[in-house]
Design a protein around this ligand. Structure first.
Ligand SMILES: Cc1ncc(C[n+]2csc(CCOP(=O)(O)OP(=O)(O)O)c2C)c(N)n1
Ligand SMILES: [Mg+2]
Length: 622
């Protein structure tokens, strides 16, 4: 079949399917993009032709920023439990490198996305083409080489003959739960337009089976032996539980064994918050309940977790000197962490196997009582934070509480960076495994609105509430325009505390006095950015991008605004100001952020003393 490389690519992508548990779906259901000279006559022409002829079905969505379109793709794939992924086409040069941050985010979160950056002429006929990087040491280097460390598979299609094997490898990596992440195929702009005689076989329907690897019997026996001897075990449920659709298996495991379940940012909602075995987030921004249990735990069963520093409180929260880890993970890389007993398997298959092999094992009654008692006391503290009555501006915890109480079980909350992920991890009460969508692998400011767009696209039957701080909003609000154009309705809660509340309080706790963290005029007297408040109106900005805007001054007005936003069929921004200095309950855990060892500032010297003290609790987990 004679087609251009781009036409063949589109045709191929439209015929790929994924399948797990007998359920089949399109693997690549659509393509985000922004066109420039690098792809306008190549991939864009192919997408147009596919639409015009109906020969291949790959819907094109125009984004407003290339980084954001990768975020939207990640939001989509995460909602679909990694069984589907979007393609992203970008022009050569800046359009492509704008995607590098998105690629890192996808790979770190282990979420599939297919990136199609454009590249300079393979023939070099007209080089240097506009936006081409020239490296005097090698004509083979382009800006797209920057994708290599942040991609799980990377290739450059310099000749049409290279494409079939590259495409097959790309699909394999996208659908491999242990390897998945960003997959990058760099497409030189001349090659995109070049015609070639393709074998028809390339375009036949292909179904990529997403496996559920079962544990090796000997590894299972080793894990079971450690768990059976455990007296104070704790489960840490990560994102892998949710992607594997293992919530019911986790509940059965928890109920059979009585082992309490803590969660990570990606795993929250795996077990409903009000399940008697659920103890909430663990680690630096976890609940005091989970952290108390973590400190005492003799065995930690990590399921589908990568053990980020937030989860381990920078390796301080699992404090028992003899603590052992059992790591159930589909990726050997994660299963081997913390010198744990590795159990390489799909989360659901592994949990089912553990439940049956642990038959008869149950934690002692006293341990169960302690869990319930700690949880009940914490619930009162959390209730208070949700209903603080802070004046004159509401506290952020009250806004989160009002939203949590307002949202339906299947509604989705999206967040990524700032002070909200911590407050959410501490306080949020999730019932549905897809309700809590906080991107905290890369914690990338700007993910929120774009990621929310992808989440809503993935499941239009759910209301999506995007929580975004003023800092993140300023970095990346432009996909509001895309949501308006595509009629993809979002409710965006814009929480304005005039700057970086998170980094401000971190700075203060580290002796750096909130330096450079609030949005203010430069003050001629101090020379610092601590002058008057800026005349910036982010609500007006949102309205200018085409959203409906509701301004709320109190928690009561906020609730009303949420009700109106839920009724609306257009993207609505609910704007609310909060007090960045309002109190938040303590998680009773630490986060390692090194403080200057020598300093001329008394505040820093004092913070360093506290740092040295806290650092003593850090352990290598060997
Ligand atoms: C792209 C990016 N740049 C910088 C950071 C570091 N950072 C983390 S939170 C934050 C401030 C976020 O401000 P805002 O969205 O207003 O949230 P707030 O802290 O006020 O809750 C910064 C600068 C980041 N996470 N991502
Ligand atoms: Mg802020």
């Amino acid at each position: 079949m004679r087609l251009t490389v781009a036409q063949a690519l589109v045709r191929f992508l439209a015929s790929q399917y994924s399948e797990r548990d007998g359920v089949r779906q399109r693997l690549i259901p659509g393509c985000f993009g922004i066109f420039g000279h690098g792809n306008v006559a190549g991939v864009a022409q192919a997408l147009l032709q596919a639409h015009a002829t109906g020969e291949a079905d790959l819907r094109y969505y125009m984004a407003r920023n290339e980084q954001a379109m990768v975020h939207a793709s990640v939001g989509f794939a995460r909602m679909r439990n990694r069984l589907q992924a979007f393609a992203c086409t970008a022009s050569i040069g800046p359009g492509s490198t704008n995607m590098v941050t998105g690629a890192a985010l996808a790979t770190i979160n282990r979420i599939p996305v297919l990136l199609l950056p454009s590249d300079f002429f393979a023939t070099r006929a007209a080089n240097p083409v506009l936006q081409e990087l020239e490296d005097p040491r090698s004509y083979d280097v382009s800006v797209n080489d920057a994708f290599k460390p942040v991609s799980r598979f990377w290739d450059r299609i310099n000749r049409p003959e290279q494409m079939p094997s590259a495409l097959l490898a790309a699909m394999r990596v996208l659908t491999d739960p242990a390897e998945t992440g960003a997959v990058t195929l760099a497409l030189p702009q001349d090659v995109q337009a070049e015609a070639y005689d393709w074998p028809r076989e390339l375009f036949r329907e292909r179904v990529w089976h997403v496996p559920r690897p079962v544990p090796e019997p000997a590894a299972l026996a080793r894990a079971v032996a450690v768990l059976r001897a455990a007296r104070r075990p704790l489960v840490v449920a990560g994102g892998g539980v949710i992607y594997s659709d293992a919530s019911a298996a986790l509940r059965r495991f928890a109920e059979a064994t009585g082992i309490p379940v803590a969660d990570t940012q990606a795993g929250k909602g795996a077990l409903a918050w009000d399940h008697p075995g659920a103890v909430g987030g663990v680690g630096a921004t976890g609940t005091p309940v989970a952290n108390a249990l973590a400190r005492e735990a003799d065995v930690v069963l990590g399921v589908g977790t990568r053990y980020s520093d937030f989860t381990t409180a920078s390796r301080t929260v699992f404090a028992d000197p003899g603590v052992r880890f059992v790591n159930l993970n589909v990726a050997g890389f994660d299963a081997g962490k913390h010198a744990g007993v590795p159990l390489v398997a799909d989360a659901r298959a592994g949990l089912d196997a553990l439940t049956s092999e642990l038959a008869g094992y149950r934690v002692e009654e006293a341990y169960g009582e302690r869990v319930r008692d700690l949880a009940a006391r914490w619930r009162q503290v959390a209730d208070l934070a949700f209903h603080l009555g802070h004046q004159p501006l509401p506290s952020q915890t009250e806004i989160l509480g009002a939203l949590n109480e307002f949202m339906g079980e299947r509604d989705v909350v999206v967040q990524a960076a700032g002070s909200m992920p911590g407050d959410l991890q501490l306080l949020w009460r999730a019932r549905d495994p897809k309700q809590y969508h906080v991107e905290y692998g890369y914690s990338c400011m700007g993910y929120e609105i774009a990621g929310g767009l992808g989440a809503k696209l993935a499941d239009p039957s759910r209301e999506v509430f995007v929580l975004v701080g003023d800092g993140s909003y300023l970095m990346m609000a432009q996909e509001i325009v895309t949501s308006v154009a595509e009629r993809i309705k979002l409710t965006i809660v814009l929480v304005d505390n005039r700057g970086f509340a998170s980094i401000g309080s971190l700075s203060e706790s580290l002796g750096s006095q909130r330096f450079g963290t609030s949005y203010r005029y430069r003050n001629p007297e101090t020379g610092l950015l601590d002058g008057d408040v800026l005349p910036v109106d982010l609500a007006a900005n949102a309205a200018s991008l085409g959203a409906d805007v509701l301004r709320a001054r109190t928690v009561a007005e906020f609730r009303d605004a949420l009700a109106r936003a839920k009724e609306a069929d257009r993207t609505t921004v609910v704007y609310v100001q909060t007090d960045p200095l309002a109190p938040v309950p303590s998680s009773q855990a630490w986060w390692d952020v090194p403080v200057a060892e020598v300093s001329a500032l008394a505040s820093t010297q004092k913070a360093r003393e506290a740092y040295d003290e806290a650092k003593r609790a850090q352990r290598p987990y060997l």
